[in-house]
Design a protein around this ligand. Structure first.
Ligand code: ADP
Ligand code: ADP
Ligand code: ZN
Length: 213
């Protein structure tokens, strides 16, 4: 099963992608997580990506494509994957289509998690990320059992630098300009499925399972 998650930053793509990965036994591939791991490890890629991420801008397609094409070669991608945060531009989507077509493969679904902009700032300002495992929580909507401590690994939780309100506003503009055209792109491929992302986490997942079967 090959799935793409679409939706604004903070729509709940990552939260749902993790649950899909678990239920259907495919890897969850988040380009944002891969960039953050590179930043943490101070790699060349991380240094380049950070300049853009801190400003709420997209990392250039070239860098992103090199990274993701490399990731697809790993063994765990044999039975598919759930892509979270990629593609984010039309050229990225076209490169993905081309790579899949050349391999005689195709995407099964693009799941578009719909959440209005008004809800996004609340989602992002309450988001907390584990510095150790990347797990994501929300102080109100999805709290950890113990405040400030990751349920999964016991790591410490932080507010991501790019989740501060001024950067969130920039990321939303970037989303509308560069990423939202992917909705029409995948509608054109006949694989777009919209879900109402304003429902609670379990209900959204239930709707997605209804689509994936
Ligand atoms: P969110 O989950 O809030 O949407 P991500 O973790 O997916 O955020 O991405 C964080 C940042 O990483 C983005 O704002 C962007 O700078 C960069 N990024 C992630 N994926 C891509 C991509 N496919 N193309 C370009 N930049 C990306
Ligand atoms: P994305 O990957 O699209 O940027 P996340 O999955 O990281 O979004 O979710 C953004 C924030 O909103 C997180 O703090 C998460 O815990 C919370 N969240 C995710 N889904 C829901 C939901 N259905 N209702 C309320 N809060 C949610
Ligand atoms: Zn953790």
């Amino acid at each position: 099963m090959k799935i793409v998650m679409l939706g604004a930053p903070g729509a709940g793509k990552g939260t749902q992608a993790k649950k899909i990965a678990e239920k259907y036994g495919v890897p969850h591939i988040s380009t944002g997580d891969i960039f953050r791991a590179n930043i943490k490890n101070n790699t060349e890629l991380g240094k380049k990506a950070k300049e853009f991420m801190d400003q709420g801008l997209l990392v250039p397609d070239e860098l992103t494509l090199d990274l993701i094409m490399d990731r697809f070669k790993q063994d765990d991608c044999k039975n598919g994957y759930v892509l979270d945060g990629f593609p984010r531009t039309i050229p990225q989507a076209e490169a993905l289509t081309k790579a899949l077509t050349e391999a005689g493969e195709k995407l099964d679904y693009a799941i578009n998690v719909e959440v209005p902009d008004e809800n996004i700032v609340t989602r992002m300002s309450g988001r907390r990320a584990c510095i150790a495992c990347g797990g994501t929580y929300h102080i109100v909507f999805n709290p950890t059992k113990q405040e400030g401590v990751c349920d999964a690994c016991g790591g410490g939780l932080v507010l991501r630098d790019d989740d501060k309100p001024e950067t969130v506003a920039k990321r939303l503009t970037v989303y509308h300009d560069q990423t939202s055209p992917l909705i029409a792109y995948y509608k054109g491929q006949g694989i777009l499925k919209d879900v109402d992302g304003t429902k609670d986490v379990a209900e959204v997942f239930n709707d997605i399972v209804g689509i994936l079967g």
